[in-house]
Design a protein around this ligand. Structure first.
Ligand code: GLY
Ligand code: MN
Ligand code: MN
Length: 485
């Protein structure tokens, strides 16, 4: 399944940050009589070594070249209001910095390797009137930015500079590879070469480097998966009284904001036949006790890793016979897929295993009109009328992680220890599908777990979130018995 993760809004924002109506005298007055601020340098973030190692890998891949990785800018939501800023994943992966507008530049060092230069918004404190006059960046409007020297200390880069020095710096390095589509500053100043090929290679390397997670990334993924479990339990707790999909979405999103940064993607809370619409994020329907609700949601943590979990729950706490039949078929397909997650297997092996189970199940239910073999042929794939999507994608900083990796190393590549992927088969019977017995129409089921490839096989990181039908019913009952935490 594919969500837009679009950072391409690189156009320069049109708004003027200052308020022209401030009387001069007021601005002068605002500059006086503030207690001097002591600003000790902050401690480095705990992950500094990891970021440095990732920059070293990048340096090694592009020796002697200038590399430019911006984080992007805040995006206008309406007029002078902005969406909450989310750093560019590659920039964050290399620095740990979360402020908007920043840019990382790696310049080659004499004798090998690179220097890291981090361009950040300065924090002038009360020394510049902008603390009050700049609505977009001023401390009294949006809170303090970390500042230049502070950023160098905190993120462990070799040099930090104010953003206003970026343009001149880039003009001195006109031949460079740029991570494009994030920033008008860097896209505008550094010319594209060879139809963008050098830039594409930079994006591809970063995506491919992120395919195998390091220990820090795995720790962060575990954290957000555990938080997501708590979010699902919050939902179960409110389900008996909830009247709408929005209430379900809001309940999960509260957990995401309390424990993490945000949700990693728009929460899908799809009840009844809405579950048959893959990216149902409108979530504007009421809930009916007899229906299932498909919830596809993930907490994005403070380190920006996201979970991506789907559970399909009976709103009443009990599956009907028809719901259970379809649910168990999807669950068996998922078990078959999970068994294929091991190093050396094709990335597509879990997909194939799930497809076989689904096709056989659809045949047994007299829904598939052809033989199973015929339906599975790559030139047919008839079973996909009801399963619609493949079962896996990489997971990490982005819900659909590593999207710029080449097909030969991702889709047609092999699984390796340290990769984290989803396993998420589904079946979706549209209300108007005449191939499907009436009792199954309007049922949509997806079960999605997040899985780490290990040296010997795999570890299901979300295994503690019940998925087998009976276990789901028992889980719901258990949550309803427990008092709210
Ligand atoms: N939540 C999007 C997906 O499952 O891929
Ligand atoms: Mn999902
Ligand atoms: Mn997914």
């Amino acid at each position: 399944m594919s969500f837009q993760n679009d950072k391409s809004d690189a156009a320069k924002p049109a708004e003027k940050p200052g308020d022209p109506n401030n009387p001069e005298a007021l601005v002068r007055f605002m500059m006086t009589e503030w207690k001097p601020q002591a600003k000790p340098l902050p401690k480095p973030v705990a992950a500094t070594d990891f970021h440095a190692r990732r920059r070293a890998a990048l340096s090694e891949r592009f020796p002697g070249e200038v590399l430019i990785i911006p984080t992007g800018h805040e995006k206008v939501r309406a007029n002078d209001t902005y969406y909450r800023f989310r750093p560019g994943s590659d920039f964050f992966y290399l620095t740990g910095n979360t402020e908007p507008d920043c840019v990382l530049v790696l310049t080659p060092r004499h004798g090998g390797g690179h220097d890291s230069h981090l361009f950040v918004e300065p924090n002038p404190g009360r020394a510049s009137e902008t603390f009050y006059t700049d609505r977009k960046k001023g401390e009294l409007w949006v809170g303090a930015r970390l500042g230049v020297e502070q950023s160098r200390a905190r993120y462990g880069v070799d040099f930090a500079h104010p953003l206003e020095a970026l343009k001149a710096f880039l003009e001195q390095h006109p031949i460079a590879r740029v991570l494009r589509g994030f920033s008008h500053l860097t896209d505008g100043v550094v010319p594209r070469r060879d139809e963008g090929k050098p830039d594409d290679e930079l994006a591809t390397f970063l995506s491919e480097h992120r395919l195998v997670k390091d220990a820090l990334e795995i720790k962060e993924l575990k954290k957000v998966i555990d938080a997501t479990k708590r979010g699902f339990e919050d939902i179960i707790r409110v389900l008996p009284k909830a009247s709408s999909e929005r209430e379900v979405e809001g309940t999960f999103n509260l957990r995401a904001r309390v424990e993490g940064q945000d949700v990693g993607y728009g929460t899908i809370a799809a009840s009844g036949a809405n579950a048959c619409i893959l990216h149902w994020t409108r979530n504007d329907a009421g809930l009916k006790k007899k229906d299932l609700i498909l919830i596809d949601a993930g907490v994005e943590g403070h380190a920006l890793y996201t979970a991506d979990i789907t559970r399909t729950l009976p709103i009443s706490g009990k599956f009907s016979k028809a719901q259970r039949t379809i649910y168990e078929l999807v669950w068996r397909a998922q078990q078959a897929a999970l068994a294929e997650v091991k190093p050396g297997n094709d990335f597509m092996a879990p997909n194939l295993a799930a497809s076989k189970v689904l096709a056989q199940g659809l045949k047994d239910l007299d829904i598939l009109p052809t033989s199973v073999e015929d339906a599975l042929r790559p030139e047919h794939l008839f079973f996909k009328r009801w399963s619609l999507h493949n079962v896996s994608h990489m997971l990490g900083l982005d819900v659909h992680d590593c999207a710029k990796a080449r097909e030969e190393v991702y889709r047609y590549g092999k699984l390796e220890p340290g990769m984290v992927l989803t396993v998420e088969p589904g079946l979706y019977f549209q209300l108007d599908d005449l191939r499907v017995p009436a009792k199954y129409r309007g049922i949509g089921v997806r079960i999605e777990d997040d899985v780490l490839v290990t040296e010997s096989g795999m570890k299901n990181l979300s295994a503690s979130i019940p998925s087998e039908a009976g276990a789901v019913e028992a889980w719901m009952k258990g949550v309803w018995k427990k008092k709210a935490r």
